[in-house]
Design a protein around this ligand. Structure first.
Ligand code: SF4
Length: 254
């Protein structure tokens, strides 16, 4: 992106961030710093399933194996059975065991405390070097455990950013790269929370409620007029509960 285009895109992101802030508020990075290894494995469990089932998989896993060394020592089938409610249980169990083996090799124990001393790029690259860990999972560890100013991109954010014309990308990983330099400094976490809420309540995947959208003028979605003349989709009547596992980690007492 050339400089002039980037300035225009940054200004548009800023404008949209302000609108969403006026709708949903500003969210500081509250809560305790969750353990990075907990966040990494919790986010891995959230892949390809909904929040509720990934949370149940997490609770089952921790009940059965209260420490990571117990997971590392357990047979693969026992780990897989503990997390089956979250789907892809064999693949996820294998990944968890591989991650634990790698962490033990690199850090001499089942923790990722060394990430706290790394710069953002270094920490991202380290996490991305693990099999099965993509940009969203790595960014979640940075924002939720290390409290860094990083903008994780999930499926809702990827959809909304493309509809609004902030990026033209084909995957959440591409959106993460394209959005990172555009998000106003110090607002990544809050903007992330607000875009997810907007994506769930108004800009849903199948039937966006364009008729009530305050970002209609900024939106470049080619079907927005089709949805503008109707009541649009049903409002999703549930709390913003993205990353239930991570919220649980951030709230639990040390
Ligand atoms: S106008 Fe419709 S498609 Fe565009 S951002 Fe708003 S809700 Fe989404």
């Amino acid at each position: 992106m050339v400089n002039a285009d980037r300035r225009t895109a940054s200004a548009k992101v800023q404008r949209i961030a302000e609108t969403l802030k006026s709708m949903y508020g500003f969210h500081g990075k509250g809560g305790r710093r969750s353990n990075p290894l907990d966040t990494l494995i919790g986010t891995l469990l959230s892949q390809n399933t909904n929040d509720r089932n990934s949370y149940r998989a997490w609770v089952n896993l921790r009940r059965k194996f209260p420490s990571w060394d117990k997971v590392a020592a357990a047979p693969l089938t026992s780990v897989s059975s503990a997390i089956k409610v979250g789907g892809l249980r064999n693949q996820k169990a294998r990944r968890i065991k591989e991650i634990l083996a790698r962490v033990r090799r690199d850090w001499g124990g089942y923790h990722l405390n060394g990430l706290h001393r790394m710069a953002n790029d270094e920490a991202m690259n380290y996490l991305l070097s693990m099999k099965g860990i993509g940009e969203k999972t790595a960014a979640c560890v940075l924002v939720f455990s290390l409290k860094r100013d990083v903008f994780p991109v999930d499926t809702h954010i990827h959809r909304v950013c493309n509809r609004l014309g902030l990026v033209r990308t084909k995957s959440a990983a591409e959106t993460f790269k394209a959005m990172s330099p555009l998000v106003p400094e110090g607002t990544a976490y809050s903007f992330h929370v607000n875009v997810i809420r907007f994506g769930r309540e108004l800009c849903g995947a199948r039937r966006p409620v364009c008729v009530r959208c305050p970002l209609f003028e900024d939106c470049t979605y080619e079907r927005k007029y089709e949805f503008h003349g109707t009541a649009g989709g049903k409002r999703i009547g549930r709390d913003v509960r993205d990353f239930m596992v991570i919220e649980h980690l951030a709230k639990k007492k040390s």
